[in-house]
Design a protein around this ligand. Sequence first.
Ligand code: BJ8
Length: 385
Amino acid sequence: MLEMKKELPEIFESFAEARQKGFLAMKEIKDEGKGVVGQFCTYTPLEIFMAAGLVSVGLCSTSDETIPEAEKVLPGNLCPLIKSSYGFAITDKCPYMYFSDLVVGETTCDGKVKMYELLGQIKNLHILELPRKQNTEEAFALWRAEIVRLKERVEKDFGVTITDDMLKEAIRKRNVERRLLKEIYELSAMTPPPVSGLRQLQILFGSQFKFDWNEKVAELQQAIDSIKAAYAAGERPVPEKAPRILITGCPMGGVTEKVVKVIEEAGAVVVVYENCTGAKQMDRQCQEEGDPITNIARYYLQIGCAVMTPDTNRLELLDRLCQQFKVDGVVEMTLQSCHPYSIETYTIKTHLQKKGIPYLHLETDYSTADIGQLATRAGAFLEML
Ligand code: BJ8
């Protein structure tokens, strides 16, 4: 028990600091001569890079540090994720962007698509053409062809050959990661959950900045074992009666942790994230038997994001998580000027209303100026539950 108390905080810190610490790891990776690919979106099939022996890293920035520089080029009323990501690219302030030999963008929202045009002037860029439909033969054929085109681009740029067996092994490994991450967030289906929503978010977000697959898998397993052992030993970091909140909406991490903090400081607990930092990425497994390119294309095309029309997969996942995690309310966080998610708030709100699940929409950006206002709105919402 005592030993556990020492261990668990260390594990939590290791994930909370992973993005920052990963800068050094990335430098070592480059010094060893390994290739690095940066990407922005959950639709990007990481198996292709893994199969090629490359290291991949998420480039979506989560702070407002470089937004003033970005706004010299981009309009002010653009999503902060796009502005800050571009800002980090032009200022060379993000080591991950700096070290990326290839950057992969996608045709998701219009803001990102147009930003990529500018990014392509300073970085080696590949754009994946993502269809907006998920269930037509034409959409699948286009997307499968795009996966092949990405594979060929990687082979050409890095001078490698990617075989089916390599892809199958990468699918298997990514499935292991997904399974472990899912196991971690599913622990919070218990009442009370064994970790706060902030801790859960830090593990989910931080795990993407651990670049050694074996180490990452071992650390995730250790986190699961330690959390379970602490719970079995009676540790209850969350009160039994804390209202249980599901978070949906735009991706989270970095400064947007503020939304989780105001919810939890008001006495509730975030039990599950439906967004790209959480279940959206890890809920399903990619099929391992059969043609790997087809399996990869099928798996990724079914991600339920607001850029799809209609976005029924998001509603299906949302419903399942609300039930499984016995949620008392849903909070949707959208980033300012994010059209896909902010327009879809109406669909989400009315869908949840029909099921009698209370819903709150919070719009925010990458500053800390609105924390007081967020706290007031979250507090009022939680009082109603
Ligand atoms: S799969 S959520 S990572 S697109 S917040 S940049 S949509 S204006 S991030 Fe996303 Fe892929 Fe979807 Fe996930 Fe545009 Fe909205 Fe900004 Fe966004």
